[in-house]
Design a protein around this ligand. Structure first.
Ligand code: ZN
Length: 83
């Protein structure tokens, strides 16, 4: 069953880190191939990741920055539940 964008978006970081299962990866890539929103999201994340790795700090559009921050926060909270 195909998930919703939000389901996939939650996995995008793991996807970019190569930390998701091959099955989920396939599903995700299939969805990205069909979904413009998610494709933009992945491209943006990829760009951000590579910018971070290069140690560059570039200005992201505010809306995108907020989106990314929310995703990262959510991921962070999952990995490190509040003390
Ligand atoms: Zn989507």
């Amino acid at each position: 069953m195909a998930g919703q964008c939000s389901d996939y978006i939650n996995n995008l970081n793991d996807y970019l880190d190569g930390e998701i299962s091959p099955e989920l990866c396939k599903e995700l890539e299939k969805h990205i191939g069909q979904c413009n929103n998610c494709r933009i999201m992945v491209d943006s994340l990829k760009q951000t990741v590579s910018l971070c790795r290069e140690g560059k700090k570039e200005n992201l559009p505010k809306a995108l920055e907020n989106k990314l921050t929310n995703i990262l926060k959510e991921k962070w909270n999952k990995k490190f539940p509040k003390q």
